[in-house]
Design a protein around this ligand. Structure first.
Ligand SMILES: Nc1nc2c(ncn2[C@@H]2O[C@H](COP(=O)(O)OP(=O)(O)OP(=O)(O)O)[C@@H](O)[C@H]2O)c(=O)[nH]1
Ligand SMILES: [Mg+2]
Length: 307
């Protein structure tokens, strides 16, 4: 990786800044952030709209501190929760020094998506770097075509073909981020990797288990609230509620003889134990909160209050 050097003194200058990772749902934003942090900070699933709020992670070294903001996927909001998600993206765009736009090269269909085109107009005054992701599964000709189209839309931006999953091109992309990162002192201590509380990550791991276990609308109709969190030895004791939108969804998520909720619980517990590095007792309850995705009171309760 290239390090920032002051040409006159040959001394390494310290750099620090915010990098917003934005793009359509499922582009690979969270996968890329986790790769740079070498930690599973953000949850990742094959389903679009996995990330619902901004997830911050901090990468520190002797010469730089990069604050990455992983954002929800760009979309036209259809209900209150998606309006809040859009406001989170806007906030990240406003706060950032660099915008790292991720485009899923595999799903690119001859023209840019309208949300990406709208974004290109809104971020004209910002430093933009584009990552064309998932090159491990696309043909070279297609990559050429997408690169051309992207250059038309973002003429000022540097464009990097990458695979966030396998790591191809990610060092070159990282070097570009470092190059454009402003000079500045660290904002956070070196040993902090996120400003978000442990409980947030625990609730996200439970949500990830729901996304990975359930199909159709259930993951999108579900949310997680941590009701009680006790840091006991040898096991943490965690009580959490899974909110669903309709009465009819409750038996689906519980499953026959409680099999589904058991599967979610086991998956989530293993993930939380890995994250916390200790044993965990996890108790999950399913609650019906009618139409919670459109109700501010419930959205605030799950940490999706308007910014
Ligand atoms: N083949 C391939 N798959 C990838 C790559 N990057 C991410 N994926 C997969 O794409 C899916 C979505 O990845 P995420 O990182 O959750 O995408 P995201 O942009 O954060 O999605 P949202 O949070 O829903 O907006 C997952 O199944 C990843 O494993 C890549 O470079 N190559
Ligand atoms: Mg994500």
């Amino acid at each position: 990786m290239t390090l920032p050097v002051d040409k006159q003194t040959d001394k390494l200058k310290h750099k620090c800044g915010f990098v917003a990772i934005v793009g359509l749902p499922n582009a690979g934003k969270s996968t890329l952030m986790n790769r740079y942090l070498d930690e599973k900070v953000s949850i990742v699933t094959p389903k679009p709209q996995t990330t619902r709020s901004n997830v911050t992670s901090i990468l520190s070294s002797e010469h730089y501190q990069i604050i990455f903001i992983d954002t929800p996927g760009l979309l036209r909001p259809r209900y209150r929760m998606q309006e809040v998600m859009a406001s989170f993206i806007q906030n990240a765009l406003n706060e950032s020094d660099i915008i790292l736009l991720m485009i899923d090269a595999e799903r690119f269909r001859s023209q840019h998506n309208p949300s990406v085109m709208k974004l290109s107009k809104e971020i004209k005054s910002k430093r933009v770097i584009v990552a064309l992701n998932k090159i491990d599964i696309i043909k070279k000709v297609k990559l050429l075509e997408i690169t051309q189209k992207t250059t038309e839309l973002f003429p000022e931006a540097e464009i990097f073909p990458i695979s966030a999953l396998e790591g191809n091109g990610t060092d070159e992309l990282f070097d570009a981020v470092l190059k454009y990162l402003p000079e500045g002192n660290k904002l956070y201590p070196d040993d902090i990797i996120s400003t978000q509380p442990e409980r947030f990550f625990v609730s996200e791991i439970i949500r990830e288990a729901i996304f990975l276990t359930m199909s159709e609308e259930i993951p999108y109709s579900s949310a997680v609230i941590i009701d009680d969190y006790k840091e006991k030895t040898p096991k943490y004791v965690i009580y959490a509620s899974i909110l669903v939108e309709k009465k009819s969804q409750k038996p689906i998520i519980i499953g026959k003889n409680g099999m589904k909720i058991k599967e979610i619980g086991t998956k989530a517990r293993l993930g939380i134990e890995e994250f916390l590095g200790c044993g965990v007792y996890l108790d999950l309850h399913v609650k019906v909160r009618k139409d919670w995705r459109n109700k501010d009171v419930y959205l605030s309760e799950i940490g999706l209050g308007r910014m």
